[in-house]
Design a protein around this ligand. Sequence first.
Ligand code: GLN
Length: 264
Amino acid sequence: MRIHDALRMSSIPPPEAEVLLSTALGKDRTWLIAHGEDDLPADKQAAFQAFVSRRRRGEPVAYIMGVQEFFGRPFSVNPHVLIPRPSTEGLVSLAMDILRVPHDETQEIDRGIVAVAKMLKQHIRATIVADIGTGSGCIAGTLACEMPDLRVMAVDLSKEALEVASENARRLKVADRIRFMQGNLLEPLRQISEPFLVVSNPPYIPEGHTLPRDVAGFEPAGALFAGKDGLSVLQMLMKQARRHPFCIGVVLECQEDQVSALLE
Ligand code: GLN
């Protein structure tokens, strides 16, 4: 079978088929497009077929590949962590603005999704960020790469997620500036006595909300859902941030219709 026949017969969207086949071949997409007439060796065809079957059952391409690009860098992912979303790149950009010049701001980063910055102490800048619910570590790792003087504390409840996040930090060569801590929200940070900014993409989807099959069937529910109105984690996080004497503010991802309940 030739390469372009294999792509055509896969019956999944062409861009996805191209990513899966180039990975099975260990080549990039440009090579694949240029070599459509080449014969596909039987072992590579079998590897591609296995990927395609997983995709047809709804498994996200990022889990099949084990990687997702975020802010131009590759992050390893597995089903213990949420797949980094383009919207969260907007959260990271706002966090960088806030670290440079602290201020309140709400920005739409996707349809109905916002990044909210709320300062809790005035006239103090932070050189430490706490990424709460770090998952793959995409926020912590990106901020550490983009801001070479920044130190990051990356917190997650899940030991498996912290393993993924620390592996990503090692690969990006920023592990020396990120401290990984297992625990709930700000609880592992009780002893911190330097000003820090919370940056978080917490679970904020209302329980019972119907999500696409790829998301609902494969991504960790604990990273997505937060109570009846999706506010339970956000509100707890906000409460702990307000109480912490060294938390200068928060930059949070949430639904637009959750902002007023969060800031009241
Ligand atoms: N911080 C990670 C991300 O933004 C994980 C978020 C989560 O699990 N809710 O992708």
